[in-house]
Design a protein around this ligand. Structure first.
Ligand code: NAP
Ligand code: F7E
Length: 437
């Protein structure tokens, strides 16, 4: 997309000024065949060649408006970071909204800061004025609204904040787009969730399954889903929701159950933690890989018509199974004994460098602290529509591969932690005491 537009601009300048291919080649000190190959689309045109052409011609051939512009709210989060990488690769100019933080280190996007296609702006989903300002300035072709208070347990602790950001925040984005006069041109993706199915009324869940939200988070997200649908119908806006089932990665927040498990497995295997405390081990989830899921967000916005899609793998596992495979992968074989609050995961065998002293020890225990007032226990998505209409492949990364790549990343992280180990020990203690959930 980018090269075609650059060549088009270059040809327009050459025609207007009567410059032949040979003359252009002389002007930039290259062989004429190089120019012919650019024009035939046989080779890409490098950034340094673009700069050289612009200098000798004294005119811009890479016009900023030729690049598609995407605005991502929640750019510092797991999905925001992968989506930024994906869109940059596609040639987009990516703009992200960040909140001011007392710790000025944005771990997940640190590697992108300074990239010429990556730009950050301060804003907040609780602050309409900041949204109007950023959207009006960036004038995006696509908005990916990923910002949210995304932790279900935290939504019980901070329900009002969750509603403000996850429900009203969506309305603020939609209204900001209208206030900037972009409702006819800007496509909007809303990060919706399988939590809408909550106390499930059907298994597996598809686009027609009735919603039954079962946490303050899910109730807020339900408003987000419906307001997007309303604006689509009322104002004919291209806005849609991706109903995404759980997706995890090496960048997943450390208090979500998968990451909590892979980090603990790595720490226990390396002798830095004694035991992992979890809540409902029987809870069932359809876990996919976040990197695969961001592609789908983009595909949803490239669709001919605005529609909502379920994004899932179609495969379901329990928290207990996730823990079993994660520990197995670090060299610890677990056997689960007992039931409910008395259930424990006992080490029955070790391999590799793992200490034999662990054999016979209870490495996983259940704590009531991690039980939720209402818990969603049977999520299982049916991605048939996304497969058929978007051509998306839900089986790109299997459950086993996902567990493996998360565990391997945490094994390496723990091994190289050094000074940070103490901070981690404190976090582990807080997790154990249920202060941080
Ligand atoms: P995440 O890692 O928790 O990231 C959330 C992002 O939202 C962070 O960048 C955070 O910024 C930002 N944010 C929070 N409050 C904000 C506010 N008031 N104003 C501006 N930004 C704010 O979440 P994720 O896993 O990437 O998920 C992305 C989206 O998909 C969320 O909307 C989530 O609810 C939804 N979702 C996730 C899953 C999943 O399994 N991951 C499944 C379905 C739906 P800070 O870094 O400053 O905190
Ligand atoms: O819990 C159970 C817990 O916190 C999964 C968010 O991205 O996905 C995520 O929400 C299950 C629940 O994710 C612990 O009770 C047991 O049944 O990893 P989670 P979530 O609640 O499914 C959805 C789709 C989103 O939209 C959200 O934004 O695991 N569980 N023991 C535990 N959960 C946690 N966090 N910690 C435990 O110790």
């Amino acid at each position: 997309m980018k090269d075609e537009t650059i060549i088009k601009n270059l040809k327009t300048i050459m025609n207007r000024r009567g410059i032949s291919q040979r003359e252009l080649a002389n002007m930039i000190g290259k062989d004429e065949t190089v120019i012919s190959r650019w024009f035939a689309g046989k080779v890409g045109i490098s950034t340094s060649s673009i700069k050289l052409l612009e200098t000798v011609l004294g005119e811009k051939i890479l016009i900023e408006s030729d690049k598609k512009r995407a605005l991502i709210t929640g750019v510092t989060g797991q999905d925001g970071s992968y989506l930024s990488e994906f869109l940059i690769e596609k040639g987009y100019d990516v703009h992200g909204i960040i909140r001011r933080s007392s710790v000025d280190f944005r771990e997940r996007i640190a590697h992108l800061e300074g990239h010429p296609q990556f730009h950050l702006h301060y804003g907040d989903l609780g602050d309409s004025m900041s949204l109007v300002k950023v959207i009006g300035m960036v004038r995006p072709d696509e908005i990916y609204n990923l910002a949210a208070q995304s932790h279900v347990q935290v939504s019980f602790d901070s329900p009002e904040f969750t509603a403000d950001i996850d429900a009203t925040g969506v309305l603020r984005v939609l209204e900001a787009v209208r206030a900037c006069g972009l409702e006819k041109t800007c496509r909007i993706y809303q990060a919706s969730t399988s939590e809408l199915y909550g106390k499930v009324e059907e298994v597996p869940q598809n686009e027609n399954t009735p919603f039954h939200p079962y946490s303050p988070y899910a109730v807020a997200k339900l408003y987000g889903f419906w307001i997007v649908k309303e604006y689509r119908e009322a104002y004919n806006m291209f806005c849609c929701s991706g109903i995404l089932f759980n997706h995890e990665s090496e960048r997943r927040g450390e208090t979500f159950v998968t990451r909590k498990i892979t980090l603990a497995a790595a720490r226990i295997a390396q002798g830095m933690q004694d035991c992992l405390y979890l809540g409902n081990l029987s809870s069932l989830r359809d876990w996919g890989y976040a990197k695969d899921y961001v592609e789908c967000m983009w595909l949803i916005l490239q669709n001919k018509i605005p529609e909502d899609f379920v994004i899932a793998t179609g495969v379901q596992h329990s928290v207990r199974e996730f823990a079993y495979y994660a520990f197995k992968h670090v060299g610890i074989e677990l056997e689960f004994r007992g039931e409910g609050l008395r259930e424990v995961g006992v080490c029955v065998k070790v391999r590799g460098n793992v200490s034999k002293d662990l054999v016979g020890k209870e490495l996983i225990r259940v704590s009531e602290d991690f039980y939720r007032p209402t818990d969603v226990v049977n999520l299982w998505g049916d991605p048939t529509k996304a497969k058929a209409k978007l051509g998306w492949n839900p089986s790109k990364t299997s459950f086993e591969e996902l567990v493996k790549l998360m565990v391997e990343s945490d094994m390496a992280k723990v091994a190289s932690e050094g000074v940070a180990a103490k901070v981690r020990t404190n976090l582990a203690e807080y997790l154990e005491k249920g202060i941080v959930k």
